[in-house]
Design a binder for this molecule. Structure first.
Ligand code: BES
Ligand code: MN
Ligand code: ZN
Length: 480
């Protein structure tokens, strides 16, 4: 969907639908002129209480040729005092999905009332762009009609912000596509192709033999049970000559648990165990398209975790690229094995910070449902920036404890560490495991196990892969 901005009267703009945002309990005075041209129809539905302006409430009116737009869609923003950018995003998502389902091709937003509230109509549009997504790759009948154009009717200069959200929404859709794609098509090799499709970046792929030469024993132990070739993907985007930020995304294209096999129920969802990698690719895609003045090294240790004849077994000991040994207690705690090598490898770039994003623990989704990203790290000032990015994007993060007491949980009798400290405390003990590899390098861990997938539609996120992390990481990069 393309976004245009035009300074033109609502009644004069030819389109299939015009969106009018309305406040709860404030009457129709703001739309006096349009209401008059519509023979009082707006006032009528408000007086009759058929439409009250409650947040996300919708009401469709046909203009019957009285004004240029064919239809008027009223969307409630709720009470004036309670409006936030996130509520605007949600209202935009609701309004635009509604119109999309009704096969509207070009639509317009009356932005005046939002600007008058000193808020940005671009937030409303962002919700709309994010909502206008369907995963139809495997449907013979592609019944979703994409909205081609939306025009913001405004006298403000919104050009820069608009380009930004268009790029970010496209990158989020890109990440959602990768995550929704089943593991028979979304293999480590497919992730390489996705990485290579990005512009203005360089991609280096470390294959199995090279990874073995380098000594990535922990990462390679994950892939032993699968015939799908592992790919350790390294992407560089250099928009400025400064030390890089390393973005590491967990990229297990399918997590069966390996020999520590998961229960069958719900296992199909474990295709989303590469959502961290997808978020990193999405963020790099947008950053490079916008020529952001940042330096990023993206690392995706991609592999499939299956129980084959040569699969790793509980009790096996493996060695990472940095020399630390790990006793594998559970082959289902595979993410941290891959991430251990990725974090140590990242340190070779002397990064100013390492951010890892991973569907790491079931405990994360048990604690927070699909609402919140669990954050832990060894550097408060970077975590403060992440919290700021979280507030901006409404991709909620919450800092969890990482006390040294958790070190005991991952002590092994025969190796330097073990990969599982058991169920109790596993959100923090798993993060502590990663911390041991980050060492002195500033590092932040984002556990997106709960947030990367939703089972029910949200105002601007259709059910399935959420694309979480793309917007958060981009806002974070902006703050550096
Ligand atoms: N990929 C899973 C975590 C996960 C669970 C993500 C549910 C999304 C939804 C991870 O590899 C895993 O299996 N973790 C185990 C580790 C345990 C065996 C030590 C867990 O957290 O249960
Ligand atoms: Mn697992
Ligand atoms: Zn996993």
């Amino acid at each position: 969907m393309r976004v245009h901005i035009r300074n033109i009267n609502e009644t004069e703009f030819v389109c299939s639908a015009l969106i009018l945002p309305m406040l709860e309990g404030e009457g129709t005075d703001y739309y006096k002129i349009i209401n008059k041209s519509l023979n009082g129809l707006i006032k009528k539905v408000v007086v009759s209480k058929e439409f009250n302006g409650k947040h996300n409430e919708l009401c469709l009116i046909h203009s019957e040729g009285t004004i240029k737009p064919d239809r008027i869609l009223l969307i409630g923003l709720g009470k004036k005092k309670e409006i936030t950018p996130e509520k605007l995003r949600q209202a935009g998502g609701k309004a635009i999905s509604y119109l999309g389902n009704l096969n509207n091709k070009n639509i317009a937003l009356s932005a005046g009332i939002i600007s008058a509230l000193k808020l940005s109509p671009v937030d409303f549009i962002e919700g709309g762009l994010l909502a206008d997504y369907r995963f139809l790759r495997y449907k013979r009948e592609k019944n979703h009609k994409e909205i081609k154009e939306i025009t913001v009717l405004s006298n403000e200069n919104l050009y820069k912000e608009t380009r930004w959200i268009e790029t970010v929404a496209t990158a989020t859709h890109f990440a959602r596509d990768l995550v929704n794609t089943p593991s028979n098509d979304m293999t480590p090799s497919a992730l390489v192709r996705a990485a290579r499709s990005l512009k203005n970046i360089s991609v280096k792929v470390i294959d199995k033999a090279k990874a073995a030469d380098l000594g990535m024993g922990a990462y390679l132990s994950v892939t032993r049970g699968s015939v799908e070739p592992p790919k350790f993907i390294v992407i560089t985007y250099k928009g400025k000559n400064i030390p890089p930020v390393a973005l590491i995304g967990k990229s297990i294209t399918f997590d069966s648990g390996g020999i520590s096999l998961k229960p069958g129920e719900g296992m199909e969802k474990m295709k989303y165990d590469m959502a961290g990698g997808a978020a990193v690719l999405g963020a790099i895609k947008a950053a490079s398209e916008m020529n952001m003045p940042v330096h990023i090294v993206g690392i995706l240790p991609a592999a499939e975790n299956l129980p084959g004849g040569s699969a790793s077994k509980p009790g096996d000991v493996v060695k990472t690229i940095g020399g630390k040994t790990i006793e594998i207690i559970s082959t289902d705690a595979e993410g941290r094995l891959a991430l251990a090598d990725a974090i140590e490898y990242a340190k070779r770039f002397k990064p100013s910070a390492i951010i890892d994003i991973a569907t790491l623990t079931g405990a994360c989704s048990i604690t927070f449902g699909s609402e919140v990203i669990a954050m832990m790290g060894n550097n408060e000032s970077i975590m403060e920036k992440m919290k700021k990015a979280s507030a901006e994007t409404a991709e909620k993060v919450w800092q969890m404890p990482l006390f040294d007491e958790y070190k005991d949980y991952i002590k092994s009798d025969i190796a330097d560490l073990k990969n599982s400290g058991g169920r109790s405390g596993s959100l923090s003990s798993s993060a502590y495991f990663l911390k041991e590899f980050a060492g002195e390098t500033p590092w932040v861990h984002l556990d997106i196990a709960g947030t990367a997938w939703i089972d029910k539609d949200r105002p601007y996120i259709p059910k399935g892969a959420t694309g979480i992390g793309v917007r958060l990481l981009l806002s974070f990069l902006k703050l550096l």
